[in-house]
Design a protein. Structure first.
Length: 255
């Protein structure tokens, strides 16, 4: 894996030097350090993407509606948790370290989110929302989560471990609790529905709404502050809980 990360870093340096579009560089790096290792793992164990993802597993049409509710409610919960971590860690050693790491991350994101026009938005959705959703769900809720379960670990511990890894790899200290919670939700959803289809849809919608806000709104940070309001986050938490109940009740009743 380290080899692919190193190659990805070299690709980034080369792309910058050649003046490539930052989104193209990011997409190629993502394919290099996550997509190619996935393909190699599948080849070694003689599996196909469908055998891991079970994307053809039939889902009631209402599941897609409840997955939309999950994604929308998660936006508020993640915003609330992020703001809470920023507030409580302000001035601390953790906060100073997080500020430094977050600034480097935001500098990169600013380049990726600097796009104009509908065509640019579509490209951004494909490279920054759909591709990460497909590959990250395949890796964390597919390969890693299923491997943990196959070792005999309990469902709860398996979901916890993959969610923690998912949160840490994003290198976003302030967003770590929110990303961890999203990993819990998607892991639970994957095991309960027996498919990566809905977790991938959830992931894409979450990323997609974030990109849309950056594209459509003059000050997207204002929306984030509104979503982080405690009352809105509480309502969102209730909506998320109810949506999860509706999504998993079907699968439990058909076991």
């Amino acid at each position: 894996m380290a080899v692919f990360l190193y190659a990805s870093a070299l690709l980034g340096l080369f792309g910058d030097k050649q003046g490539w579009d930052p989104r193209l560089i990011s997409w190629l790096q993502f394919i290099l350090y996550m997509g190619i290792p996935c393909a190699i793992v599948l080849m070694i164990f003689g599996q196909s993407p469908e055998s891991v993802g079970q994307y053809r597993t039939k889902q009631p049409y209402t599941h897609y509606v409840w997955t939309l509710v999950l994604a929308l409610s998660s936006l508020s919960i993640v915003a609330f948790l992020t703001q809470a971590v920023e507030t409580f860690s302000s001035g601390s050693t953790y906060g100073l370290w997080a500020d430094e790491l977050n600034q480097a991350r935001m500098d990169t994101l600013d380049k990726l989110l600097d796009f104009h026009g509908k065509k640019a938005l579509i490209i951004a959705l494909l490279t920054m929302a759909l591709t990460p959703a497909l590959l990250e769900e395949f890796v964390f809720r597919g390969i890693i989560l299923q491997s943990l379960r196959n070792t005999g670990l309990s469902m709860g511990l398996s979901i916890f471990i993959q969610a923690l890894l998912f949160a840490v790899i994003h290198l976003s200290p302030y967003e770590l609790p929110g990303i961890f919670l999203s990993g819990i939700v998607m892991g639970y959803l994957a095991l309960e529905t027996g498919s990566l289809l809905l977790p991938t849809l959830f992931h894409f919608l979450f990323n997609g709404f974030t990109l849309w806000a950056q594209f459509e709104l003059t000050h997207p940070e204002d929306l984030e502050r509104e979503l982080a309001q405690p009352l809105i986050a509480l309502i969102a938490s209730l909506a998320l809980t109810f949506a999860l109940f509706k999504l998993t009740r079907f699968s439990s009743s058909h076991e």
